[in-house]
Design a protein. Structure first.
Length: 224
């Protein structure tokens, strides 16, 4: 059995599957000078001191700011080239950002799944873009999204699905009573490895279809 649901608002979705001061002492008076007594010794002849050459002073070295070593930062790997629509990479990355938060493996793009999603999206377009699941989707998972008047980016589509995470309980692997969380669980389902999507428009209505393999949302199992 699978978790399924359709949400309808301005957008619709459907899923399967700081010192102390010191006092100074008063100054002491100096004793009066003593008068020198007669000296019994012969005066010592003094000679003027011979000037000594001054040691040469070295010019002060220029003080230059110490250069800091360049910090080595790990380079982000370039995104893998995807044989798909221009937005495919962004959509996969959006999925994987959320999957990384729950420590599950990343998804990869599947052209075969994209073809299946495209075939179903085309059928929906011919019907006027209703938000309906593919009744012949097994053995694959499926997420649907609809926007009206504004075409969403792939990131916005995934954010819309992931907004359901507040209604998912990782402790028991279930949605809160009366709530839908199947889109989120399919996005982060641990066993899912591939995704392929398509999008179509009927005037101001825009439909997104994503297929997943292996499918998620298996009853009695936790998403991660």
């Amino acid at each position: 059995m699978r978790i399924a649901g359709i949400t309808v608002t301005c957008l619709l979705v459907a899923a399967c599957s700081g010192g102390q001061a010191r006092s100074t002492p008063p100054p002491t008076e100096a004793p009066p000078p003593t008068q020198p007594g007669p000296s019994s010794t012969a005066p010592i002849a003094t000679h003027p001191a011979q000037p000594q050459p001054m040691p040469q002073q070295r010019a002060p070295a220029e003080s230059r700011p110490r250069e800091r070593p360049t910090e080595s930062r790990p380079q982000q790997p370039a995104p893998a080239k995807i044989d798909g629509p221009p937005w495919a990479g962004a959509l996969v990355d959006a999925h994987n950002r959320w999957r990384a938060q729950v420590n599950v493996p990343p998804l990869v793009w599947s052209s075969q799944l994209a073809a299946r999603a495209s075939a179903w999206a085309d059928k929906l377009k011919r019907r006027g873009c209703p938000l309906e699941h593919n009744t012949d989707r097994k053995p694959f998972g499926e997420n649907l999204a609809m926007s009206m008047g504004q075409s969403f980016t792939p990131e916005q589509v995934v954010e819309m699905w992931v907004s359901e995470r507040r209604d998912y309980s990782p402790a028991n692997g279930q949605c809160r009573k009366g709530q839908i969380c199947g889109h989120y669980t399919q996005v982060v389902w641990r066993d899912t490895r591939e995704v392929g999507c398509a999008t179509v428009s009927c005037g101001a209505t825009h439909i997104w279809v994503c297929s997943y393999s292996p499918p998620g949302n298996m009853m009695g199992r936790k998403a991660f």
